[in-house]
Design a protein around this ligand. Structure first.
Ligand code: FES
Length: 152
């Protein structure tokens, strides 16, 4: 029998006795009721499912639960601190970056990861970082405005 797997998610320890190869996205949404990350493609290509693993952006649909054993996972649900939205979240609200909103999790978490490793990125750096997050509504202008506001 396999051992339960423990990891930290949004600052809390979670121990789960489920299949080690379950996609992290499914575990977060179905077992831990964290619905920030979204299912888009399930293939690691669209970015809708992005979370932070030890502060680095990662696509949770292609990471098995065993891959985060002992590590720190942050989801969109855990970005707000002490009742205050993260500045990246606030910037997307202020600039109305969402149309349907499905890609917002990925945009926000990817930008958050960029800011953690590079607090003052250039516009080109932001563009290339968000390049692999798909938005089918075409709100790229608003998304870039929000991203630039977030780094101000
Ligand atoms: Fe994970 Fe598309 S759902 S990258």
């Amino acid at each position: 029998k396999q051992e339960p797997i423990t990891f930290h998610v949004n600052g809390h320890a979670a121990t789960l006795d489920i299949a080690a190869d379950a996609p992290l996205l499914n575990v977060l949404r179905n077992d831990l009721c964290l619905n920030g990350p979204k299912f888009g493609c399930g293939l690691g290509e669209c970015g809708a499912c992005t979370v932070l693993v030890d502060g680095v952006a990662a696509r949770s649909c292609v990471i098995p639960l065993a891959g985060v054993a002992g590590r720190n996972v942050t989801t969109l649900d855990g970005l707000a601190q002490e009742g205050r939205l993260d500045p990246v979240q606030q910037a997307f609200i202020d600039e109305q970056g969402a149309q349907c909103g499905y890609c917002m999790n990925g945009m926000i978490m990817t930008l958050k990861a960029l800011l953690l490793r590079s607090p003052s990125p250039t516009e080109d750096e932001i563009r290339s970082e968000l390049d692999f997050n798909l938005c089918r509504c075409g709100t790229h202008v608003e998304i870039m405005r929000a991203a630039l506001r977030a780094v101000e």
